[in-house]
Design a protein around this ligand. Structure first.
Ligand code: MG
Length: 343
């Protein structure tokens, strides 16, 4: 098998503002694994706060030697090898994992949700993210979000109530909120969560900094809404530790190293009776499509990353009746539409 890769920069349609950062581009690395007449595509997306970059991913992928493997169906062996090259680097590892899954699905001529035996109709509707912004921009974004059934609102600065009041003056759609660790006080957080519940909110993502474990445990025991870990849970080994600290976990391929690990995290969370959300970074349709195959197995989907960018070289996952669904094409179900890549 042959692995090739290419750094690329995604342009965001809107400046993306969270509790602690603001940006208008996201670096990614697009990967490709070739075997016989088949080609599998993958992707690493590296939002700056997670510590990976074009340089680190390139450095990691240069060390990956897939020529030693002749059989893509040795998935466990191949991914264990990739994992053993260096610790960390989850997005770089995900870019190999996704391309390998795509390749295998193409050889089997089946989409992954079918290989896993999942039912597409169980897919929950995807949320559509509205970043922190001024009232005028928020109004515009809510209008753009017309096809989506649930809005995910970024909070965690000093204007949270004003943002929610603006949203509620335009739409009564259910919302989810993501604080991105922006609140610092558990009593204030609990008051806000009670108020948000009155505003038809479905769940609260990462209300306090991940290091405030005792306060998060207290909040989770008292909160009338599900508390979901995002920054507080990265990979497989974090799931057990999240029990009782949160009600649920937000799994992202770029945090956990790809489709294989994400599926394992869902199983562990279910065994612990925890809720599961499936999220993404700003990514192309490649990584978002890969995640969409797992969506029938989760409670909440937040798969809008490809919708927030203006230069997606792939076509794949589509939003139908508010759900982000993979295509019926084999593998992860994508098509390269910008042939400048990998030519
Ligand atoms: Mg989040």
């Amino acid at each position: 098998m042959k692995l090739t890769f290419k750094p690329y920069t995604l342009n965001l349609k809107h400046q993306f503002t969270l509790a602690k950062s603001s940006r208008s581009t996201t670096p990614v690395v697009l990967t490709k694994i070739e075997h016989d007449q088949y080609t599998g595509y993958g992707e690493a997306s590296m939002p700056p706060y997670l510590g990976e970059s074009h340089e680190t991913v390139t450095h990691f992928l240069q060390k990956v030697n897939l020529k030693q493997f002749k059989d893509p169906f040795q998935l466990e062996k191949i991914l264990d090898y990739v994992n053993s090259i260096a610790p960390g680097n989850p997005a770089a590892k995900a870019s190999v994992d996704i391309a390998l899954h795509d390749l295998i699905g193409k050889i089997m001529n089946r989409p992954w949700y079918q290989i896993w035996g999942l039912s597409k109709e169980k897919t929950p509707p995807t949320t559509y993210t509205i970043g922190i912004d001024n009232e005028e921009v928020i109004r515009k974004k809510v209008k753009e979000a017309e096809p989506y059934k649930i809005l995910k609102i970024k909070l965690g600065r000093d204007n949270d109530r004003a943002i929610i009041e603006t949203i509620r003056s335009i739409t009564d759609k259910p919302i989810a909120v993501d604080i991105n660790q922006g609140w610092k006080n558990r009593d204030m957080a609990l008051d806000m969560i009670y108020w948000l519940k009155e505003q038809n909110t479905l769940f609260v993502e990462q209300p306090l900094p991940q290091k405030m474990t005792n306060d998060l445990t207290w909040l989770t025991s008292k909160s009338p809404l599900p508390i979901i870990a995002d920054e507080g849970v990265q990979g497989i080994s974090d799931v057990v530790k999240a029990k009782d600290v949160y009600h649920g976990i937000n799994i992202k391929l770029m945090k956990c190293g790809g489709m294989r690990n994400a599926r394992e995290m869902i199983s562990i969370a279910r065994a612990l009776n925890m809720q599961v959300m499936l999220g993404c970074m700003t990514e192309t349709s490649c990584a978002v499509s890969a995640a969409a195959h797992l969506a029938p197995a989760v409670d909440f989907a937040d798969l809008d990353g490809n919708l927030l960018i203006s230069n997606d070289p792939y076509k794949g996952v589509e939003v139908i009746k508010g759900k982000a669904l993979p295509t019926e094409k084999p593998g992860i179900g994508i098509e390269l539409i910008d042939k400048r890549f990998f030519s």
